[in-house]
Design a protein around this ligand. Sequence first.
Ligand code: T5A
Length: 230
Amino acid sequence: MAAGLFITFEGGEGAGKSTQVRLLAERLRAHGTDVVITREPGGTPFAEQVRALILSPSVAEHTALSEALLFYAARADHIGKIIRPAMAAGRAVLCDRFSDSTRVYQSIAGGLDRKVFDALEQLVVADAKPELTIILDLDPSVGLARAEARRIDAASGEGNGERNVDSDGAGRDRYERQALAFHEKLRAGFLAIAAEEPDRCVVINANRDASQVAAEVWSVVDQHLQRRAG
Ligand code: T5A
């Protein structure tokens, strides 16, 4: 793709992706970089509609292929309307989850054939791949507890409750309701991707204060930018 910067954040539930996207954006903006913050599923009106359907606890039962096709339908719109234009304009795109989440949730943990995943990835993403992926690694029980604490804050009016649109009566979306073993599989899946693609992926220990995590994220991004410039 063209000259812009495309960084994705990946990891399990409550690992701190949205928090770190926001903190990195602040830091890049302070250095004069034009930043676009976006997320998946979502990022465009159509993709947000698909998000509401996929994450709804009341969505009818469906196959892993149907689910993957929905994620890629949303992704095609997101890439075409947001990611490619921002990259062409030389902007920095920070995306909260992207294709690695499909590979982990729908393929590694969900059973979608790897060849089907690769074919969809080639068809929809092609060269619109992130040049850097930060994987926030955290014991899933800690991440789920953080998500739970946020729900309690939102219910008591202290949080913004932004994610409740996707959730059930208890405030959890369809994936957060899965058993711990599923979440352990996700964690192993993200670590396997990082081991397979060390040039693109960096694993960061997310079991620390958000400011400590942010400092390491910045160090990784700074090194990446220096390598790129040199
Ligand atoms: N999905 C997505 C797929 O199955 N396939 C796909 O292809 C894609 C793209 C998206 C769901 O869709 C699935 C994966 C997901 O299940 P979502 O609501 O976007 O749903 O879910 P998450 O991305 O997991 O979002 P979360 O909000 O749950 O997690 P984050 O973004 O990792 O965490 P964040 O930053 O919102 O923080 C959570 C809470 O912890 C606190 C925050 O203040 C917040 O309250 N926190 C910390 N607390 C202590 N220490 C730290 N270091 C902290 N950092 C943040």
